[in-house]
Write a protein that binds this ligand. Structure first.
Ligand code: NAP
Length: 241
């Protein structure tokens, strides 16, 4: 059995990635933090795609809870390992830095950046031992160029892109690739409330993207066809920079 873990897999881009990985034959471990009904729906879609999956609920920003959940899974699956991890969980809490509360700074960094560390570190050793692994980190155009009102989010995503490049150099010799994906505006709950009509004028392809379009890119990076790509951050943004 080939196992893949997707953080924030209950909704949006994470759900579409779960379905794509299921179509590719992975047993998909769906992480999420609170939304049981949506997570169950993702699990149904995984089964409809002809594969198997399971839910693994934990807050990626909570180091102890994350380690306990991952070690619990590993103890229950002796001799097996998670060969694909998609660090997708993320939130935004936008405000000008002048007005930004420490809580909103810490929460966005806690989930977006520390979550990457909490989830990835305990999964690394088995990948290195088996000499096989794929790590895909969900960044953002905000982490590449910086966006006003998103100092916290830009910092989390920019940090994730830098960590992607550093880790790729640490583990490349062991057959593990590490890449980031940087979406622009993708139609999910996260962009609810944004004025698509007004914003799409700034996007050369003149529309928001769909979660499934991002999932196709993640699927490619996970596949054998992408075996020589590592340390990259690939934009998927309709031409918006
Ligand atoms: P979304 O629809 O808001 O879904 C967020 C997902 O993250 C949900 O599954 C949620 O679980 C999970 N999550 C939130 N906090 C978590 C935590 N502490 N621990 C574990 N899971 C947690 O978001 P999305 O638009 O699909 O975004 C997915 C990723 O793409 C994020 O990293 C986001 O920054 C990035 N991104 C999105 C866009 C965009 O335009 N949508 C653009 C660039 C980058 P629950 O269902 O349990 O709440």
């Amino acid at each position: 059995m080939n196992y893949a873990l997707v953080t924030g897999g209950s909704r949006g881009i994470g759900r579409a990635v779960c379905v794509k990985l299921a179509q590719m034959g992975y047993h998909v471990i769906v992480n999420y933090v609170s939304n049981d009904a949506e997570a169950e729906k993702t699990l149904e879609l995984i089964k409809e795609a002809g594969s198997e999956g399971e839910l693994l609920k934990f807050d990626v920003s909570n180091a102890e809870a994350t380690l306990a959940a991952i070690e619990g899974w590993q103890e229950a699956h002796e001799g097996e390992f998670i060969e694909v991890v998609v660090n997708n969980a993320g939130i935004r809490k936008d405000n000008l830095l002048l007005w930004m509360e420490a809580e909103d700074w810490n929460r966005v960094l806690g989930i977006g950046l520390h979550g990457f560390y909490n989830v990835t570190r305990p999964l690394l050793q088995p990948m290195l031992v088996k000499k096989r692994g794929r790590i895909v980190n969900m960044a953002s155009v905000s982490g590449l160029k910086g966006l006003p009102g998103q100092c916290n989010y830009s910092a989390a995503k920019g940090g994730m892109i830098a960590a992607t490049k550093a880790l790729a150099q640490e583990v490349g010799r062991k057959g593990v690739t590490v890449n980031a994906v940087a979406p622009g505006f993708i139609r999910t709950d996260m962009v609810e409330g944004l004025d698509e009509k007004a914003l799409k004028g700034s996007i050369p392809l003149n529309r928001f993207g769909e979660p499934e379009e991002v999932a196709e890119l993640v699927g490619f990076l996970v596949s054998d066809k992408a075996a020589y790509i590592t340390g990259e951050c690939i934009s998927i943004n309709g031409g918006l920079y």
